[in-house]
Ligand binder design. Sequence first.
Ligand code: GLU
Length: 485
Amino acid sequence: MPPAVRVRIAPSPTGHLHLGTARTALYNYLYARRNKGTFVFRLEDTDEIRSQENYTQDIIDGLKWLGLNWDEGPDIGGPYAPYKQTQKIDHYTEVANKLINRGHAYFSYETPEELAAMKEAQKDSDTAHRYDNSHRNLSKEQVEKYVAEGRIPSIRFKIEEPRVISWHDNIKGEIAIEASVLGGDMVIVKSNGVAIYNFAVVVDDIDMKMTHVIRGEDHIMNTAKQILLYEALNHQVPEFAHAPLIFDLDRAKLSKRKHGEAVHINKYRVDGYMPEAMVNYLAAMSWTLPDGKEFFTLQEACEMFDLYKISKSPAVFDVQKLNWYNAHYIRSLPLDLVTERAKPYLTMLETETYTSSELEQIVASVRDGLTMLSEVMAATEFYFLKKLEINDELKEKALSKDTAKKVLETTLKHLGDLPFGDHAGCKAVVDNLGKDLGLKGKDLYWPLRAALSGKVQGPDLGAIISILGPARVKARLEDILCLCA
Ligand code: GLU
């Protein structure tokens, strides 16, 4: 029986959670859930200069926001913390020493200046820069000389050539890479004692018994190097799956440099996107449900996910498409949940002047028109304002006809007939008043809309009246009547 599936997401806390990393996390999560396996979250935080605590927190918050809960980690007496590479720095050195003892790695004493000179000397050659493996077989005397000079060595792993490194990739199919393009013997532990990514990741994936490594295809060359490390460590190579990268509509790779904050999950969290929409869209970018259904939940995706069906072609990020998903979820998720999520965007308003069920009605009345929750404040503000601002344009549009005054006065007179709390009932009363006045459409609705909401478009008029309640409707109608000629 094959071992139980164990997969991981291993971001470096050197930046905010990137959309591509979130999508990789999602695919790993789905694969784990589909196969009743384990999803691990490990922070690759050995880059001591670029790693930052605020990025760590952002990545944690982003994964939690998406609902991608991980199954293991140091026990901190609550939800698991991520594993961190910096917790096991010494272990990497031990493993590197093992590789030296077995003849797979060696101490390399070049100074940064010597390495830079090597690079410079190769700059006109047609092939990519490579280390010339010159410290592979240093004599005892040479080593003693370097040590006497006070040079601190790095540890390099031998990349034997010629050799073709090949594997069956679970997304891309057969892949074969010539060892000669890998840049020569590679540093695995820097002279400051810190293990570099390609080495630490293999040590960790072995220690954590990873069965599958699912990540972006920008790691394909790394995978070739990592396979050599697995072999040298006498360990079985995990299954690999490299997902296509994400591009924009102009086919440019999604990058912080070109797209700024739009590549970070955090931006969408702050702008009031629904995690359900983000999860749905991230999954759907390169994978479709067998029945082609466009809207699906994380749970449904867990049940249906098929790694082998992930598309090989580049994924395209189209914010309009994401907005379309988002609008769908704002419209269709349970109202209490949407209201709860909308509240942080309403803090500037006196929300306590409405009961919680009225607040839900307020959100219900506008949610069909929202693309993101951050728009909820502008859309609902009129419910809360003490006094509406009626500008000249609105006056001209909605209140200039003689009939406007009539509509407002009549409504005021029949205030007692309005069944507040019943949206459709309120609308029916207005329509009946219109009938009596011989008015309908804009002539009937616009004066009321202007008076009650300060604009001529917006939620259903019955809902506006019903939610505002008798006191506010009365005050607003009286206020506006003063403006009517
Ligand atoms: N830290 C690497 C990254 O964020 C991890 C890649 C991997 O999954 O091995 O790209």
